[in-house]
Design a binder for this molecule. Sequence first.
Ligand SMILES: NC(=O)C1=CN([C@@H]2O[C@H](COP(=O)(O)OP(=O)(O)OC[C@H]3O[C@@H](n4cnc5c(N)ncnc54)[C@H](OP(=O)(O)O)[C@@H]3O)[C@@H](O)[C@H]2O)C=CC1
Ligand SMILES: O=C1O[C@H](COP(=O)(O)O)[C@@H](O)[C@H](O)[C@H]1O
Length: 509
Amino acid sequence: MEPTSFVLFGATGDLAKRKIYPALYNLFVDRKLPPSFSLIGLGRRELSDESFRANVELSIRQFSRRGADNLSLIKPFLQAFRYSVLDISRKEDYKKLLQMIERREEELGISSNRLFYLSVGPEFFETIAANIQESGLGSPNGWKRLVIEKPFGHDLQSARDLNRKLSKAFTEQEIYRIDHYLGKPMVQKLEALQQNPVLNALWTNHYIANVQITANETVGVEERAGYYDQAGAVRDMFQNHMLQMLMMVASHIPNNSDSEMVRFKKKLVMEALEPLQKETVKASVIRGQYKEGMLQGKPAAGYRSEPGIDSASMNDTFIAAKLHIDDFFWRGVPFYIRTGKRMKEKSTRIVFEFKEPSITSQGSADADGKSPNLLVFEISPNEGITLQVNTRESQHKGDFKPIRIDFHESRNDVPEAYENLIYDALNGDPTFFAHWDEVELSWKWVQPILEAFEENLVPLYLYEAGSYGPAESDALLAKDGYHWWFDAKSEKEIETKRGEQQYAYHANY
Ligand SMILES: NC(=O)C1=CN([C@@H]2O[C@H](COP(=O)(O)OP(=O)(O)OC[C@H]3O[C@@H](n4cnc5c(N)ncnc54)[C@H](OP(=O)(O)O)[C@@H]3O)[C@@H](O)[C@H]2O)C=CC1
Ligand SMILES: O=C1O[C@H](COP(=O)(O)O)[C@@H](O)[C@H](O)[C@H]1O
């Protein structure tokens, strides 16, 4: 890996503290940082290098997956850290920054490879990119890269405007748009798994009845009312993370593909998505908002009573949609996607339900006692793959019973999404970053939904906190003879589900 100066805008912020420093430390421990590495943290508040390092250490103690007991390498790690005050709008601060970077590069004897990480609000992206260019921070004696956080625009037009402005200072190859779901290890595994000939052979409309992509969260709006009440689930999760997961499962990526091919295939999926019309969005999209309820045994407030939320807010905290990909592989297979806050349990997963001619509707067992074969990718909070197949019980010949072939990763061994993404950005590997074409096509596809919500052409269904969303989301699948898999409707069912899993047949592969 090439020597790098990591220039972090927003070094005193929440994301840096909770995600970026712990990820960098874990990479350091795993010897995955460049041998010559310099980090310059930037923010408005006055901090000495020592207090900056002390803050970084604190955040690693608090948030690193390795825990507070595994900090033997913290001192050498922190040696790379420096801090400088910078106000984003003050041009002279960029000159000062340039001098500081050059001084560090000289001290370390390294070339001018500079990674600019914008961990600041989106309103600053354009100004920073322009100032980096004007102040000569991109040096001809090395590469420059721009790592940029979400949100990338608020709708199609604003995303296009932002991209045009960033393009004045950075080429597409230099821009790394973070979608942290693309950094999740199981999402990354999808790339390799679908190239596997066994799975690849099954991964089509010949065998698959439907695909379900779920990202349920138990958290509510938290302290982000100002942002979330303007964004809603459709912008916060659906346009980016959910559609990225869709692209990852639905693209047929050939063996030994490079990043260009992966991104090209993902783009083809978005191009093949059947477009929606604003007037008919309500036929395939369910909009929900949580009201008060009970979550994990405790009362939970409704969205409109959350601090900072308008008491008449029509914002969506839940969205479910049925999509069709009109291509050779997926024609006729519905993709159901849902995400919501204050749901019964935290679970991100993708379920492939296989066709089975003898299965009755509702996915329930038919007269033979069979239920559909399923392939399940659990993305979080646990990482795993389960193949559920029908077999006959040896004692009671004739009875069908699903068995589960299970692979689960031990949690401490799993790198965090930000570790994977920062490592890739340092290496110049853009595979798991969102290309502009994907972002633009996602916004384009979502735009009629935004407009239909804005104009109240889609009903807003209230659902109880601690539930699985509005009943209309279940009805969306029921109309086609399906149901959402693995929604445990009661605590008792969750217990039974856990019990069954203990008996599952375990195989390592
Ligand atoms: N927090 C999270 O979990 C997630 C955040 N994001 C995105 O990451 C980005 C950062 O979010 P987050 O860390 O939560 O935000 P915070 O508000 O916690 O931090 C903002 C940072 O920006 C700095 N800053 C603000 N104004 C200026 C200015 N005029 N000049 C220089 N620095 C400035 C602040 O430094 P100081 O106060 O010292 O000036 C601070 O370091 C946002 O784009 C957000 O959407 C994306 C996903 C998750
Ligand atoms: O980007 C976001 O993601 C989180 C959910 O991420 P996860 O890794 O915990 O699944 C979500 O809570 C947040 O609202 C959104 O901005």
